[in-house]
Design a binder for this molecule. Structure first.
Ligand SMILES: Cc1cc2nc3c(=O)[nH]c(=O)nc-3n(C[C@H](O)[C@H](O)[C@H](O)COP(=O)(O)OP(=O)(O)OC[C@H]3O[C@@H](n4cnc5c(N)ncnc54)[C@H](O)[C@@H]3O)c2cc1C
Length: 316
């Protein structure tokens, strides 16, 4: 059986957590299957992190266009390395880059692609990928064929691997892309708060009605020792920055407490928070979908309940 290949994604501060989650799963699957793990990284940006990944081998692709994501150049070099490594399973984070690269690699290498993966199970030496379909309304169980597959994995699906290793290193010279050139990189807006790291989220949806009511959520979050996140319409309306958005086109969060206030529970929202330890919904509509996954729910008016709760928590 071929190795398990992990495609490394770089963030501003180093190798992304989503990549480290793939490393973690790759290691446990490799131990179960009796195979090895190979990580492929691009460019010199976080090369010292790459050299310390706890995998069997790291292939570092470097060259003119490797320091910034260039779909054409990355796909080409990844397909070359893929042909050389001959992996049984390839894990890529299901991010903007990962989805793009995974699909490109699948096309170039004629390998099946399972996108939106959330887990991979092993039984009797055979693997089955669990992936979300219809924006997470259904889960598909897809047996990995004997010839292997590529799985893009939704961030947050597994714990990150933070172990340091001493892998074998192979340098790979990548060719520049003749078809594509990166002109400039537009950085996403920076936020003072990282909602993915918060233990308690007071998350507001369209039920908040307008920016004037946001202090109610901020007060409650402060009283609980948490921070405010939101659904997409709140971002679209410009009431909170994009960095606070939970869901398919926002962030995936796994807090200890997710207090969903005035959020209906659309599949695209649930995709980003369904794994929270405790979900409490405040929604005047008892038939709202959020009630189906909430551990506790109330049909109280959030605009009345939030200040009352904050006051009670502050000892008033
Ligand atoms: C490709 C794509 C990607 C998307 N990505 C995301 C994403 O990342 N994140 C995301 O959130 N959405 C996303 N969406 C949008 C998603 O489909 C929903 O439209 C959105 O989640 C709805 O937001 P909401 O629950 O705040 O609003 P609504 O669906 O309008 O729900 C508002 C809720 O508030 C309740 N309510 C109203 N007033 C009160 C009150 N006073 N007290 C208590 N409850 C009250 C109502 O009963 C209702 O259930 C995406 C959609 C698409 C197509």
């Amino acid at each position: 059986m071929g190795p398990i290949l992990i495609v490394v994604e770089n963030g501003a501060a180093g190798i992304t957590e989503a990549t480290k989650e793939c490393v973690n799963k790759a290691k446990s699957l490799a131990a179960q299957l009796g195979t090895t793990t190979v990580a492929v990284g691009f460019g010199k940006q976080h090369v010292s992190d790459l050299r310390r990944l706890a995998v069997t081998k790291v292939v570092i692709a470097s060259g003119g266009t490797m320091d910034l994501y260039n779909p054409d150049a990355y796909e080409k070099v990844l397909a070359e390395i893929f042909g050389n490594v001959k992996p049984y399973l390839t894990l890529i984070a299901n991010t903007t880059m990962g989805l793009d690269l995974g699909a490109g690699l699948a096309g170039r290498t004629q390998t099946p692609l399972i996108a939106y993966g959330i887990d991979i199970e092993e039984q009797d030496g055979r693997l089955t990928a669990i992936s979300q379909v219809f924006a997470g309304k259904l889960l598909a169980r897809v047996p990995i064929p004997e010839d292997g597959a590529i799985v893009t994995v939704i961030p947050g699906s597994w714990p990150a691997d933070n172990e340091a290793g001493d892998p074998e290193i192979e340098e790979w010279t990548a060719q520049d892309s003749e078809a594509m050139r990166v002109l400039r990189v537009v950085e996403p807006e920076q936020s003072d708060i990282d909602i993915t790291k918060a233990d308690i989220l007071v998350s507001v949806g369209r039920g908040i009605e307008g920016p004037d009511n946001l202090p109610l959520a901020e007060d409650l979050a402060e009283a609980l020792g948490g921070v405010v996140s939101c659904s997409r319409p709140v971002v679209d309306a410009g009431w909170l920055p994009k960095a606070r958005q939970v869901g398919k086109s926002g962030q995936t969060v796994k807090p200890k407490l997710y207090l969903a206030c005035g959020i209906s529970g659309a599949p695209e929202h649930l995709q980003g928070m369904r794994d929270a330890d405790l979900i409490i919904a405040i929604n005047t509509d008892e038939s709202a979908s959020i009630m189906d996954i909430a551990h506790f729910g109330t049909t109280a008016d959030m605009l009345e309940l939030m200040p009352a709760l904050a006051e009670r928590l502050k000892g008033g």
